[in-house]
Design a binder for this molecule. Structure first.
Ligand SMILES: [Zn+2]
Ligand SMILES: [Zn+2]
Length: 150
């Protein structure tokens, strides 16, 4: 799966501000290619028909998630099995957040799965509080080597 940069504008919590034109140009082209070749656009699994370019709901979420925050959120919650990646407690999807491991403000990618994790509200609040505190008092992190402060 080639690395791609989605041109989506998001606010600091990751909400999409403007829908990406990439979904209609790049995304549509990739879906059409996959349909013609009868394979899943996300994982490449061969498919029996040209009706859909997705082998499963999971691949549909995952592919849409390269372009839209809501799908990225759905996919990440399922991938992490509705378990907080900080305190490892399992909870309901509507009580969970999807967090940027490296904050967007520190150069973290908004819609990159390796930078997204499921977290519970309490852990998310705590992580955000600590982040704002270190930003105010601590040294400025280097953008290229910023490690997740967990
Ligand atoms: Zn697939
Ligand atoms: Zn937690």
């Amino acid at each position: 799966m080639p690395r791609r940069t989605a041109t989506v504008q998001v606010d600091r919590s990751g909400r999409v501000l403007a829908l990406s034109v990439a979904w209609f140009t790049d995304g549509a082209r990739r879906r059409a290619e996959a349909r013609a070749e009868r394979r899943c656009v996300e994982c490449g699994t061969p498919l029996p028909t040209r009706r859909t370019p997705y082998c499963s709901r999971r691949c549909r979420w995952r592919f849409h998630g390269h372009y839209f925050w809501d799908s990225a959120r759905t996919y990440v919650l399922a991938r992490d099995r509705y378990t907080c990646q900080i305190c490892h407690r399992r909870t309901r999807a509507r009580l969970m957040d999807v967090d940027h491991i490296v904050e967007i403000g520190c150069g973290g990618a908004a819609l990159e799965y390796s930078n997204l994790q499921a977290v519970c509200r309490a852990c998310h609040r705590e992580k955000t509080r600590r982040f704002l505190q270190t930003r105010r008092h601590g040294p400025v992190q280097d953008r290229t080597t910023a490690a997740p402060a967990l």
